[in-house]
Design a binder for this molecule. Structure first.
Ligand SMILES: [Zn+2]
Ligand SMILES: [Zn+2]
Length: 191
C-alpha cells in the first residue's frame, strides 16, 4: 500500500513531537469514500507487521475544507493515538487513556469535522417546488406546508415529495449542503 508523502510528513512530525518517535511508520492513505468521519485507524496483524501493518485513513474531503491542513493534522494526531494505544497493547478506542493523551498533545476531542453527514439527495414538492434535502432515500413523505395549506394538515398524497436529484458533495468543491431540512411528514398506514 502506498503511503501518501504529504500525510507521511505530518506523521513524522507528530511522532517526534508527541510519541517519542516510538511509532513505527505505517501507511497513511486518503479515502474518498469516508463521509461520516474525518479519518480512521485500521489495526493490522501484530505478528505480521511487515505484510499487514495498521493503516491510517484520512478522508479526502478534508483537502477541500477551510483550514484544511489543521484538520488533516488534527485527524492524523487523533488516529495516531489509536495506533499508539494499539501498539502498546492497550484498548485503543476512545478510552480515558485515549482522552488523556489527546489532552496532552492538544488534538481536538473528536474529529472536528465530518460528524454531520452532508445531505445527499434533494426531494421536491410537486406543488410548491420546495426542496427537501435528505441524507438518505425517503419513502412516503408529504410536504407539510402544502398539507397544512390545502388539506388541514392531513397527509395528502398529492403533495408527496418526489426525488429530484443527487448531490455530489465532492464535485461541489467541498461545499456540502448542510441546511436545515424543510418539514415533511410521513404517510399514515394505507397510503
Ligand atoms: Zn477516534
Ligand atoms: Zn409543497
Amino acid at each position: 500500500m502506498d503511503s501518501d508523502p504529504v500525510l507521511d510528513r505530518y506523521f513524522f512530525e507528530l511522532n517526534a513531537a508527541h510519541f517519542d518517535a516510538f511509532l513505527e511508520k505505517t501507511p497513511l492513505v486518503w479515502n474518498d469514500r469516508l463521509r461520516t468521519s474525518a479519518g480512521r485507524f485500521i489495526p493490522g496483524r501484530r505478528r505480521f507487521f511487515k505484510d499487514d501493518p495498521p493503516v491510517i485513513e484520512i478522508a479526502s474531503y478534508l483537502q477541500k475544507i477551510e483550514d484544511s491542513s489543521k484538520h488533516i493534522r488534527d485527524t492524523i494526531a487523533h488516529e495516531m493515538i489509536h495506533y499508539w494505544l494499539w501498539a502498546r497493547r492497550r484498548p485503543y478506542g476512545h478510552t480515558p487513556e485515549f482522552l488523556a493523551k489527546m489532552r496532552e498533545i492538544g488534538a481536538s476531542r473528536y474529529n472536528t469535522v465530518g460528524k454531520r453527514r452532508p445531505f445527499k439527495y434533494i426531494y421536491k414538492c410537486p406543488h410548491c417546488h420546495r426542496e427537501f434535502p435528505s441524507r438518505k432515500k425517503l419513502n412516503k413523505l408529504a410536504c407539510l406546508p402544502c398539507c397544512k395549506a390545502h388539506s388541514r394538515g392531513r397527509y395528502d398524497p398529492r403533495f408527496r415529495i418526489i426525488f429530484d436529484r443527487e448531490i455530489n458533495n465532492a464535485a461541489s468543491g467541498g461545499a456540502s449542503v448542510f441546511s436545515a431540512p424543510v418539514q415533511a411528514h410521513s404517510a399514515p398506514p394505507g397510503f
